[in-house]
Ligand binder design. Structure first.
Ligand SMILES: [Zn+2]
Length: 135
């Protein structure tokens, strides 16, 4: 005789399920096996750095963004100086140069950060996989 752990109904020792509530009775052959990767392995240190080319490109984008920003400011200054006798043209040129320059700089920075985010996600995924002992 054994007793259901859920509803306390009595069942025979051979019963695989509780006839009252349907709970499966654990048998010696049905021990839960730990999920693969458990117990967790100790952290093995920083994973190998991959995608060196992408990292270089990300850095180049950032450098380019700084240069582009500086060039835009220089061009804007030159335009204002060249168009000092036509103030309305100078203002329009200034705004367009700085606006386009800002868009260019922000786009380059975003592309650079985007590359780094993807690399970080990949590295993090690999780190987790290492910890879980996945092949
Ligand atoms: Zn039961």
């Amino acid at each position: 005789m054994k007793t259901c752990t859920v509803c306390s109904a009595n069942e025979s020792d051979q019963a695989a399920f509780c006839r009252t509530c349907g709970t499966a009775f654990a048998s010696a052959s049905a021990q839960p096996t730990p999920a693969p990767g458990y117990p967790l392995q100790p952290y093995q240190g920083a994973p190998q750095r991959k995608y060196q080319a992408l990292r270089t490109i990300a850095l180049a984008y950032k450098t380019l963004a700084v240069v582009a920003g500086a060039v835009a400011v220089l061009v804007a200054i030159q335009l204002v100086a060249a168009l000092s006798d036509r103030p309305s043209s100078a203002i329009v040129s200034l705004l367009m140069t700085l606006g386009l320059g800002a868009i260019f700089v922000v786009t380059l920075f975003a592309a650079s950060e985007g590359i780094e985010v993807v690399i970080d996600i990949e590295e993090n995924t690999r780190r987790v996989a290492d910890r879980l002992g996945a092949p």
